[in-house]
Design a protein around this ligand. Sequence first.
Ligand SMILES: Cc1ncc(COP(=O)(O)O)c(C=O)c1O
Length: 407
Amino acid sequence: MTVPAAADPSRPPYRFPVAARYAGMESSPLKDIFALAAREDVVSFAGGIPDPSLFALEDVEDCYDWVLEHQGHRALQYGVSEGEVELREQAARRLSRDLPTDASQIRVTSGSQEGLFVVAQALLEPGDVVLVESPTYLAAVQAFSVHGARMIGVETDDDGVVPEALAEAIRTHHPRMVYLIPSFQNPTGRTMPVARRQAVAEVLLRTDVPLIEDDPYGALSFTGSTWAPIASLPGMSERTILLNSMSKLMAPGVRIGWMRAEGEVLNTLAVTKAAISMQSSVVDQLMVARYLATADLDAHVAQVSAVYRERRDAMARAIAPVLPEGAHVTHPDGGMFLWAALGEGYDAQDMLADSVEAGVAYLPGWSFFADDPDRSTMRLSFVTHSPAVIEDAIGRLGEVIARHGGR
Ligand SMILES: Cc1ncc(COP(=O)(O)O)c(C=O)c1O
């Protein structure tokens, strides 16, 4: 009697065929971060995870209640790929502070991450080059590279991407697009000053290369100053897709963001979005629209920023004395991240196991580089824990750094 194939114990387990572009990616880099953040014995600075105690839970609850009571049937129905008009109007109103924007120029997304995927799907051909800051946001690199793009990192300094290096990279690599995070960048926390934004715009205006400007953090300012997007500089709005997100300002679990663009590409973006997910959750869109119309997001963001600022101060104070000589650390004026380069002889990836053992996690910086990584770097998010917890944990990280010195 022959053994039925399904019952044959010598048969290897079925291996599901997956696309080459995802083969070998068993877990997303962000999933690992969330796993670390969830461990109770570890103080994690690894994720960009807002402090949930700062969420405006009551306002959000009121807005959901209102939407279900007054717009319930519509909220639970399919909607349009472009996004619900109330939300697009609110997005346009906020953007118009810096850049005149009409609701028809907004495309709603399920967070900026989906926005980046939509952009990649709409714009990229396999083999295209995307120029990115070195270092840049790793999940953007992933969204672009699964579409077959080749990422090339452009030199940065404390003011962001270096315009001459950008011009040279455009000449050499003929990119399909440039991707930048000009305000409180992930992972470095750096912000491009106005003059640098102008210089970058001048470089781009001499070419046909579009800009993908990712701005999820710009409003989280610790000084009260915010920067108008590069998209608002003369000539730039028609060649920029600007992405915003409610994740860091309101709550990431809501998964609502939007893109602003002009002209025909708006249609392509809507068709792409429809192919991916039809539309973002209507009930969530209407809730956010209601929140933006009735609650004071700016006041909420100011409160959150004041707390984050104290935490930035605590981390900056604690880390300065434990860094080795010659190390470089950023001092962000907003956002969520501080970036440290320990320098020659250190490998932040090698150090991580010891650090987790000591009860502290950070994100090794190498993964944020499209090419030529500086392995001595680490990203530390200062937003999730209280100043006392931060100071204690950075002290323990300091002991790990000292043990690894000169290896
Ligand atoms: C630069 C940048 N872009 C986009 C995102 C995606 O955020 P979300 O999809 O929650 O809007 C993040 C999240 O950390 C980010 O840091």
